[in-house]
Design a binder for this molecule. Structure first.
Ligand SMILES: [Fe+2]
Length: 315
């Protein structure tokens, strides 16, 4: 017998919406303390799908002109539907055989160590809500467009995927290093500096990195840029942006602000280059060179610190 509850799911009416900051499903998951969740696909509203459609269609020509070649190949390989919010399961069916990575749905912010540890295990914490249709350029927090259209296409590339895993190993090394420090204040002080260095490095590469292609052209690979209709061309062409070949000592000491277009960006020569740099970051960490990076943004919050302090490492 068909149940009267058939069109309902999770106690919520189908199509109620999965809009950023307005999704009852997410509020409930957070209230229950559930960080890792499933994607309740039937809850997306028509408006949510329309948002995806509009975001995707306006980015396609911008990607063709400005995105790095690995991203463009990845977009093809993932067979993303331009007309509907993607089902993570379907994305993963294309992605997993290529690099072992998969998109893992989460209910919100993933504290630092847990985030990096997911990467180490080839899981990418993925937001499943989508921004409001009437505010396409306002992003109070990451959404599924940023995560799936901005990040995941590059996870199809082996060198990039291996780089993310290496970030995860770096975080583990950080947790191991500080676990050996007995003085609590010193442990927290050093961890604060190491996390700030890692967050800056991640920001100026994975989120806002530029790449010099073998042809000599400058292209975008940072996901914050690849998911921004305004910044993707601004970052490459505006005279107000400074663009420099990446230098580790600079990046780890360079503050950043998240509420405006970036004024300083760093260029890598490819994902093999990036992979080497993350390895170097780990060596520097072991040598103590991340213990006293310059102050300023980003502020490391208690949740991030605690995630490292309570990490199960060693043994
Ligand atoms: Fe991101």
């Amino acid at each position: 017998m068909a149940s009267v509850d058939a069109p309902f799911s999770h106690g919520l009416p189908a199509g109620i919406g999965m809009t950023t900051t307005e999704a009852p499903f997410i509020e409930q998951a957070r209230a229950d303390g559930r960080l890792y969740i499933e994607q309740p696909y039937e809850l997306y509203s028509e408006e949510n799908h329309e948002t995806w459609r509009q975001l995707f269609s306006r980015m396609v020509p911008l990607w063709e002109r400005n995105a790095n070649r690995h991203f463009l190949k990845g977009i093809e390989q993932l067979c993303l539907d331009p007309n509907a919010v993607p089902r993570l399961e379907e994305v993963n069916n294309f992605l997993r055989p290529l690099t072992g990575f998969s998109a893992k749905p989460v209910s919100g912010y993933v504290p630092g160590y847990l985030f990096f540890d997911c990467l180490r295990n080839r899981d990418f914490p993925t937001t499943i809500t989508i921004r409001r249709l009437d505010k396409l350029d306002y992003l109070p927090e990451p959404d599924i467009f940023h995560d799936i259209a901005g990040h995941v296409p590059m996870h199809t590339d082996k060198a990039f995927a291996d780089t993310l895993v290496r970030f995860g190993e770096c975080a583990r090394t950080a947790a191991e290093i500080v676990s050996a420090i007995s003085d609590h204040d010193e442990k927290v002080r050093r961890l604060d500096s190491i996390i700030r260095a890692m967050a800056r490095f991640f920001w100026f590469t994975i989120e806002f990195g530029l790449m010099r292609e073998p042809s000599g052209e400058l292209k975008v690979y940072g996901s914050g840029l690849l998911s921004s209709v305004g910044e993707i061309e601004y970052c490459l062409h505006s005279p107000d942006v400074q663009r420099y070949p990446i230098q580790l000592e600079w990046v780890i000491n360079q503050y950043f602000e998240i509420n405006h277009y970036q004024e300083i960006l760093f260029i890598v020569n490819g994902f093999d280059h990036l992979f080497e740099l993350v390895g170097e970051l780990e060596v520097w960490m072991k040598e103590g060179k991340l213990n006293n990076v310059s102050g300023g943004e980003p502020v490391v919050n208690k949740e991030d610190l605690d995630s490292f302090l309570t990490a199960q490492v060693g043994a």
